[in-house]
Ligand binder design. Structure first.
Ligand SMILES: O=C(O)c1cc(=O)[nH]c(=O)n1[C@@H]1O[C@H](COP(=O)(O)O)[C@@H](O)[C@H]1O
Length: 278
């Protein structure tokens, strides 16, 4: 069997050719209504297909948020499966935003769900929560290595409540966010052009004392609906600017249902991000 190309290598190429934007697919009930759709399975299907068809051939990363599909049960998951497959076929990398975290033996089942090529939800990468300890993520990290996928670990999230946990200090004085970032730096050591193990660092933070040099991608949600702008990125990320993947969901999705509106908004954001991070 040939070794799959690592996620970090594929992401670097996608960012260099398509720009760094990650477009989120978050089918909120309110957005479905704004699009003139019902908040039901047919609405979910139409919304999702429209976004994938409009954006998957041009943005580097599409990030469907699993909960918005799970709320429709098994038929919602079928819509998600189709979206993952269609987006990948059109050339986008799919980061499935599932934020899973559990004891290692259960984490192995999550890894089988998202990071095993035989699974219907196999994606290029998945988000995970390290609150059960970084070591509990090992089955996902190992599965990703085997399948050429990536894992994004929550480090400094975009919501104001996150600081209570992520800013708490470990016994050695480091913040818990820094502990996670240091683990990721070790995971990515020696990888070139980019490691496959990313951190989530909210674009809303403004600035951080944390050392973000993990040699891996830094997913930056919070632009648009949560108030951050591409202009906020340089001060926050400094020398790591080249590895930042800014993520926008509602800020793009509100431009629908017109595919042209979605594309124009994504392209404008891609340009603004390119200028800000240059
Ligand atoms: O992992 C994420 O994607 C994530 C991490 C984080 O710290 N903050 C955050 O907003 N997100 C997700 O990013 C998306 C942000 O959506 P908008 O605020 O509409 O752009 C949602 O799907 C969130 O679940």
């Amino acid at each position: 069997m040939t070794t799959p190309e690592p996620f970090g290598t594929r992401l670097r190429h996608a960012m260099d050719t398509r720009g760094a934007l990650c477009a989120g697919i978050d089918p909120h009930a309110a957005l479905l209504r704004e699009w003139g759709l019902n908040d039901d399975l047919a609405g979910l299907e139409r919304f999702t297909r429209t976004v994938v068809e409009a954006l998957a051939d041009r943005v580097a990363v599409l990030k469907p948020q699993s909960a918005f599909f799970e709320r429709f049960g098994s038929r919602g998951l079928a819509v998600l499966e189709r979206a993952v497959a269609d987006a990948r076929a059109a050339g986008a990398l799919v980061l499935l935003d599932a934020k899973r975290g559990d004891i290692g033996s259960t984490m192995a089942a999550y890894a089988a769900t998202y990071l095993d090529p035989a699974s219907p939800l196999f994606s290029d990468a998945v988000t995970v929560s390290p609150y059960l300890g970084y070591g509990s993520l090992r089955p996902a990290l190992d599965a990703a290595a085997a399948s050429g996928a990536g894992v994004f670990v929550l480090a400094l999230t975009s919501n104001p409540e996150g600081a209570e946990v992520q800013g708490a200090r470990a016994a050695d004085g480091r913040s818990l966010a820094q502990v996670m970032l240091d683990h990721l730096a070790a995971e990515n050591a020696g990888a070139s052009p980019l490691g496959s193990y990313g951190a989530v660092v909210g674009a809303t933070l403004g600035h951080t004392e944390a050392d973000l040099a993990i040699n891996g991608p830094l997913l930056a949600p919070g632009i648009g609906a949560q108030g951050a702008t591409p202009a906020d990125l340089p001060a926050l990320f400094g020398e790591q600017a080249r590895n930042v993947v800014p993520s926008v969901s509602r800020g793009i999705l509100r431009a629908g249902p017109s595919p042209a509106g979605l594309r124009e908004t994504a392209e404008r954001l891609t340009d603004e991000i390119r200028t800000a991070l240059a």
